[in-house]
Design a protein around this ligand. Sequence first.
Ligand code: NAP
Ligand code: GDD
Length: 346
Amino acid sequence: MLSKKALITGITGQDGSYLARFLLNKNYTVYGLIRRASTFNTKRIDDLHNNVKLKKKFKLFYGDLTDETSINNLIKDIQPNEIYNLAAQSHVKVSFENPVYTANASGIGTLRILEAIRTLNLKTKFYQASTSEIFGNTKPPQSENSIMRPCSPYGAAKLYANEITRIYREGFGIYASNGILFNHESEVRGETFVTRKIIKGLVRIKLNKQKTLLLGNLYAKRDWGYAPDYVEGMWKILQQKKPDDFVLATGKSYTVKNFIYKVCKNLNMKIKFKGKYEKEIGYNENGRAIIKIDPKYYRPLEVNSLRGNFSKAQKVLKWKPKTSFSEMVRKMVLNDYKEEVGSNNK
Ligand code: NAP
Ligand code: GDD
């Protein structure tokens, strides 16, 4: 049987790197869209890229979601069976600083792909990386039917992408589905997202490589799952007879502060918080201030509490998260500990 062809945008990102591996294991030929950068940006997939045995199964092409021509040509040349649109300016805080670019890449970028599928008259199945950020401050638990009222330029761009995906499905009969994913983390999570930032920072403090960790809002709640579990859900979404939208989540949520306590426990560190608001400080067992608040990490608007209801995915896709919160934190801490100790010995 001929192997299926999948195109992944955002293949150099956290999810793209896991999805590429998942699809290769399922015998897909994987095509990835990468951006040209002045430094190497393929660290997460270099082992695949440099593997001679994968030469025919794993191919990378330059392009950009803001560049219609590159998107059109790529889709026309590859004629993929499935497209996973994971590319985005994905940082919520950055989207307040770069709102127009965020709208262009994370919002209109989705439309560019859908238009290519439509005008080329392809049978390609399309997956859109939608997000729990589209719910904004709608009361948890949030499901596919909850009110969508985002609180950031990123959330607004993603809501546009979510809706244009539904519109192309309903209006043009394109197989197009949204995976509305709640936060998911891993050993290769970007270091500016709060989970990885906390772990890296506390590991480095433990190893005396860093004095303090600066953070923003400690009281926001997130539903944090493990990224490798979620890429399986993405694939399952595109294997359904009919296209549809699905929430993927764990159904549990924790504050940023809870996350800090959990990491400290894993590192055998004690932490005690004193003070309020911007003056809140976390002290270690020797009374040394190791966590401080820097208001520059506050957002003009905050999404206070996310907790997903994934019962539709459980029922229809037979999907549920496999990795517990504790196990995920343990894996991430171990990875960064090894990485930081390793970099000492280089
Ligand atoms: P990520 O690590 O930030 O990766 C984003 C990817 O998009 C990178 O490969 C990046 O390329 C690429 N990209 C950015 N702008 C682009 C452009 N203009 N043209 C082409 N590629 C571009 O994100 P992630 O955590 O893997 O998330 C994957 C997707 O799911 C994103 O769309 C994100 O918004 C969404 N999402 C994520 C979560 C989560 O918790 N992780 C939850 C819900 C939804 P470079 O490597 O060159 O920067
Ligand atoms: N990044 C960051 N840095 N966040 C901080 C910090 C800090 O120093 N201090 C506190 N936070 C808080 C943020 O205010 C937010 O409430 C929470 O930690 C999580 O922030 P992020 O890890 O940046 O993730 P996010 O929830 O804003 O967005 C992520 O999840 C979305 C799904 O809900 C991203 O992966 C998005 O792309 C994704 O759509």
